[in-house]
Design a protein around this ligand. Structure first.
Ligand SMILES: *Cc1c(COP(=O)(O)O)cnc(C)c1O
Length: 391
């Protein structure tokens, strides 16, 4: 069988489920309600506050503050936890760049720790080696929708008096030992950007159980106002980082759909795991031990060129995409990101760099597909392997 790249027929010619999923009547109704009310901003409307409460309640946290996006949520979370310019915050080297640039935005230095080679999550041993006199916080990232090892990381934070800010941008609905992501650190940040499990195109939220952290985050996102203060009273410098009522209208009905969507992705990942068990050179990476529910934002696969005729990962991704299975090459290791170098300094992160060279992603919307479509992922991988081996 000739590869689609070489003019052959692709394994799959029909598409994949769209993300976000089609809008619901409830979303249309709430959006029009906002539009017709004229209360488009959170300072006059009620939907942002309602969503902040509902989202916080959904993860079992006491407070939520909605903001413009996940990056800003991380920035606010860091500031609310007391991170100030000159501090250091330890972040993993295999994550979206915003985990580190949010630290830069807060005026602090992102210190890049390596990840564990099997799960690609923040490695507690690497974190421990990097803790120094300026370290103020650690940012466990719940990569691909599975919570990081917040037991080991939390113990380190307690032992060294550090704050822990969860980057849960990919982990809506995830749990660790039955406890929801969002309650596994001192505060947590979720994103509602287009690619995330819940989305309004853009948006973010900080959740926390800590009254003081909540009050600080609320103040900073609302131009330094106090919760019960006067309108033009600004005891500290803050910014307008508020979410709009339109975003909240689109988000509110998604809370009820999340569980069903995660269940669909769980079935898809189980199907792929079974199929990949016989697929030489392509392995599904495990979630960290202790994961009781992943939101399956991504399925992470390790590609072994040795099983594919020595061809590099980029060739595999290109060949699969031509076969109608658009896989993703994923992140560059942040230790190789030139823009971060002046801030983070040189970092030794061999596992993150190996991941850049060997890990491919199956994105969330592919994981919403039925088994027919999912078997095309396996068929395409088998076809590409045969062709690459034949040289
Ligand atoms: C998406 C994402 C962010 C940033 O969220 P935005 O809403 O895009 O600003 C931060 N960290 C991780 C791990 C993400 O996936």
């Amino acid at each position: 069988m000739t590869l689609a790249l070489d003019g052959g027929t692709p394994v799959r010619t029909t598409g994949w489920p769209a993300w976000p999923p089609p809008a619901t009547d409830e979303q249309r109704k709430l959006l029009l309600e906002v539009l017709d009310s004229g209360d488009w901003g959170a300072t006059s409307g009620t939907k942002v506050a309602a969503f902040a409460d509902a989202f916080a309640a959904s993860v079992g946290a006491r407070h939520g503050v909605c903001v413009v996006n996940g990056t800003v949520a991380l920035f606010l979370g860091l500031r609310a936890l007391g991170v100030v310019p000159g501090d250091e915050v330890i972040v993993p080297a295999y994550t979206f760049v915003a985990s580190a640039t949010a630290v830069v935005l807060a005026g602090a230095r992102p210190v890049l720790a390596d990840v564990t080679p099997d799960t690609l999550h923040l490695d507690p041993a690497s974190v421990e080696r990097l803790i120094g006199p300026r370290t103020k916080a650690v940012m466990p990232v719940h990569l691909a929708g599975a919570p990081a090892d917040t037991d080991a990381l939390g113990a380190l934070c307690r032992a060294h008096g550090l704050a822990s800010l969860e980057d849960a941008a990919q982990a809506h609905g995830a749990t660790r030992h039955g406890r929801p992501a969002g309650t596994l650190g001192d505060a947590a940040c979720f994103s509602f950007q287009s690619s995330k499990a819940m989305t309004a195109g853009e948006g973010g939220v900080i959740v926390t159980d800590d009254d003081a952290v909540y009050e600080r985050a609320w103040s900073l996102h609302n131009v330094g106002r106090r919760l019960s203060g006067a309108w033009y009273e600004h005891p500290e410098v803050g910014w307008n980082l508020r979410m709009t009522e339109f975003q909240a209208a689109v988000l509110l009905p998604q809370l009820d759909r999340l569980d069903g969507q995660i269940a669909a992705r769980e079935r898809a990942v189980a199907f792929l795991a079974a199929g990949l068990a016989d697929c030489d050179g392509l392995d599904l990476l495990p979630a960290p031990e202790g994961t009781t529910r992943s939101s399956h934002h991504l399925a992470l696969l390790r590609y072994d060129p040795a099983a594919f005729g020595g061809r590099p990962k980029a060739d595999f991704v290109a060949a699969m995409t031509a076969e109608g299975v658009p896989l993703d090459a994923g992140y560059r290791a942040l230790s190789r990101e030139a823009a971060l170098r002046p801030h983070a300094g040189p970092a030794s992160c061999p596992a993150a760099e190996a991941a850049e060279d060997s890990v491919v992603w199956v994105r969330q919307h592919l994981l919403m597909a039925d088994e027919d479509a999912l078997s095309d992922i396996l068929a395409a991988a088998a076809k590409v392997r045969r062709a690459f081996r034949a040289g």
